[in-house]
Design a protein around this ligand. Structure first.
Ligand code: PGA
Length: 243
C-alpha cells in the first residue's frame, strides 16, 4: 500500500485527480469505479477542470458507482444519481450509456444488485476504483461485519452512517438501506485509490492502515490488496505512526 500525505484537502484532491487522469490517458477505455461523499468533491472539480482546460477525454470510459440509497428516485436531491450529475457528469464528456449507478428505485432490489454485479463482470471488471472511508471504516456502504467475499448487495445502514450523512447533507431523512458493491467486488478492482481528509478521519485511517485486518474495520482489508494508493491530507494522516 502506498500512502501519499498531502498538505491539505486541495492538494489531496489535485493529486488524486492527476493520478486518475494519467490512468485515463494511458487507457482511454478503462473501467473506472467512482465514489460519492464530501471527500471526492474537490477531486471531481479538478477532473472537470482538466476536461475543460486541458481536454482530458472521458468519452471512452465506462464508470460504475459504488452505491446508491434504496427507494430514491434518480432526481431526488439526496440520491447519488443527483450527486454524480452535479459533481461530474454535467461537467465532462462521459458517455451516459457507459455510466452506471445502482438503481435505488428498482422494485426488485436484490435483482438489481445481481444485475449490477453482472454488468461489472461483463465490462471486464474495474481497472481503478476510487474509495472514501466512513467514520466506522466502511468502504462503499459495507458496514462493519460485512463478509469479505460479498458482491453487490442490499445493506442495512448503520445508524451512525445515516446520522452523519443526514447532517452533512442537511437532510431531515435518508433511507436506512442502500445497494452497495460488496467487499469482494471492490477487492477485485485491479487498482484502488483511497481518499481521506480531515481530523475526523485520523483514528479510522490509523485503524484501517495500521491496525489488524478485520471485518470490524472493513477498510482494513485493503492492506491485503496488491495495488492501493491512499491520498490523505495531513490531518487524516496525523495519527499514523509508521511514516
Ligand atoms: P465522506 O464519506 O467522503 O462524506 O466523508 C465517506 C464515506 O462515508 O464513505
Amino acid at each position: 500500500m502506498q500512502v501519499v500525505i498531502c498538505r491539505d484537502y486541495a492538494e489531496m484532491s489535485s493529486r488524486a485527480a492527476h493520478f486518475i487522469s494519467e490512468r485515463v490517458m494511458r487507457k482511454p477505455h478503462m473501467v473506472l469505479g467512482l465514489a460519492t461523499g464530501e471527500t471526492p468533491v474537490g477531486m471531481y472539480a479538478e477532473l472537470s477542470r482538466l476536461h475543460r482546460e486541458e481536454g482530458l477525454d472521458f468519452s471512452g470510459l465506462t464508470t460504475f458507482n459504488l452505491d446508491e440509497y434504496c427507494g430514491l428516485a434518480h432526481d431526488d436531491p439526496r440520491s447519488y444519481h443527483t450527486f454524480m450529475a452535479d459533481n461530474l457528469l454535467s461537467h465532462v464528456n462521459l458517455n451516459p450509456l457507459l455510466v452506471h449507478i445502482p438503481d435505488g428505485a428498482a422494485l426488485d432490489a436484490d435483482g438489481e444488485c445481481a444485475r449490477y454485479e453482472a454488468l461489472i463482470e461483463a465490462a471486464g471488471g474495474i481497472d481503478l476504483q476510487v474509495l472514501g472511508i466512513g467514520m466506522n471504516g466502511h468502504i462503499g456502504f459495507n458496514e462493519p461485519g460485512t463478509d469479505r467475499n460479498s458482491t453487490t448487495h442490499v445493506v442495512q445502514l448503520a445508524r451512525q452512517t445515516v446520522e452523519v450523512n443526514q447532517a452533512k447533507g442537511g437532510y431531515d431523512t435518508l433511507p436506512g438501506s442502500a445497494m452497495s458493491m460488496g467487499i469482494g467486488t471492490i477487492m477485485k478492482a485491479r487498482e484502488i485509490v483511497l481518499l481521506a481528509s480531515g481530523d475526523g478521519k485520523a483514528d479510522i485511517i490509523k485503524n484501517a492502515l495500521e491496525g489488524p485486518v478485520t471485518p470490524k474495520t472493513p477498510a482494513s482489508i485493503l492492506q491485503t490488496h496488491p495495488s492501493v494508493v491512499c491520498f490523505l491530507d495531513a490531518a487524516a494522516a496525523s495519527r499514523l505512526s509508521k511514516r
